[in-house]
Design a protein around this ligand. Structure first.
Ligand code: TXA
Ligand code: MG
Length: 334
């Protein structure tokens, strides 16, 4: 399926397809989503087939605004209203107790539902034209890197999707922050562009932060360590460890790809052992997040033996990126 430029006619066409129970990939500010009518269980089932995703993994329902919260949530706590007022439209998904009529296939059989109003003109126009909620996971095959450009969706899903709306490269580049408001205390289930500190400032309370292990087993079965992984073996390395690792791998005639902050430095240290492909990464966390998945995807396409990723700072600002890098790399070297 070739992506189509998301003008008014394309968006009307896409909304029609959604009404017919078909699948539409569309841009959001975080990553591209693979959308279906969230109130149509057969349509939502097609998402799981297209992605090859296990059926017990819940999906986020995209809505056109705060007014739609009551269509999906049984009750809307003040905390949800406060966060939505501050951050919507935006890269924040809220987990709330669901209304009984929300299809089980959307929530993976859980009694909660994930909701978010995306901050992308194409996504918002599609939601307006369609008029209902759109269930949409990231538009990649299960366990693969999320797409941040329309061409990535085409690569991932081919003809398993009925329409790909092209709205350019995603501005944020990593998936939304997820906050669970269904229990007694708010929990951060997935870090994202909107930070824990920003959320705590609005709620005036501390978030419970799920340890990655707990996150996987308790609330969000979709978040396994293999999520977001390139097919190529990938390893995080501290800046100090990089030259020796590159030297050793080169001696073993391995083809190496490298994501690094400072190409010049790396070139100079390993002048005789240059990696096969180096991508220089931005120094600011927001800029890094925006290009991370495209960079991993590019290296993954080069039939390398290994991808090395220079470890970013382990600070709050880099939390979402480090979370995704942890999932994309199976090895670490300090
Ligand atoms: O930025 C995003 O959120 C993107 C764009 C397309 O909006 N979507 C996205 O969807 O990342 P997906 O399916 O790849 O990730 C959604 C995550 C899953 O890990 C899932 O486990 C969690 O949200 N989730 C959804 N509903 C949930 C629920 N009721 N309880 C706990 N976790 C839930
Ligand atoms: Mg995903």
């Amino acid at each position: 399926m070739k992506p189509i430029f998301a003008d008014d006619a394309a968006i009307e066409h896409a909304a029609d397809l959604l009404r017919q129970g078909r699948l539409v990939a569309f841009p959001t500010e975080t990553v591209y989503g693979l959308g279906a009518d969230a109130s149509n269980p057969d349509a939502v089932r097609r998402i799981f087939l297209a992605k090859g995703r296990p059926a017990d993994h819940p999906l986020i329902v995209h809505i056109a605004g705060v007014d739609s919260l009551n269509d999906w949530a049984l009750t809307v706590p003040d905390t949800a209203r406060q966060l939505a007022a501050r951050f919507w439209p935006g890269p924040l998904a809220l987990i709330l107790n669901k209304r009984p009529e929300v299809p089980d296939v959307v929530t993976g059989g859980q009694d909660t539902v994930g909701l978010r109003m995306p901050d992308h003109p194409v996504a918002l126009r599609l939601l307006q034209a369609f008029g209902g909620g759109i269930a949409a996971p990231s538009a990649n095959r299960f366990c693969r890197i999320s797409p941040t450009q329309a061409a990535h969706v085409e690569e991932e899903l081919g003809d398993a999707v009925d329409c790909i709306l092209d709205g350019g490269a995603c501005r944020v580049g990593v998936e939304s922050t997820i906050v669970d408001l269904s229990g007694n205390r708010p929990r951060l289930l997935r870090p994202g562009h909107i930070s824990r500190v920003e959320i705590e400032a609005v709620l005036q309370t501390e978030l419970i932060v799920m340890a990655p292990q707990a996150e996987q087993t308790v609330r969000a079965p979709g978040m396994m360590t293999v999520h977001y992984a390139p097919a190529t073996l990938a390893m995080r390395c501290s800046t100090n460890a990089l030259p020796a690792i590159i030297q050793e791998l080169t001696a073993q005639h391995k083809k190496i790809g490298l994501l690094a902050f400072n190409k010049g430095m790396i070139n100079c240290v390993v002048a005789d052992n240059e990696p096969d492909k180096i991508i220089r990464m931005p120094k600011r966390a927001d800029d890094y997040a925006k290009v991370l998945y495209a960079a991993l995807r590019e290296l993954d396409s080069l039939q390398l033996d290994i991808i090395l990723v220079e470890q970013p700072p382990e600070t709050e600002q880099w939390r979402a990126i480090n979370d995704r890098l942890c999932k994309a790399t199976s090895l670490q070297c300090r």
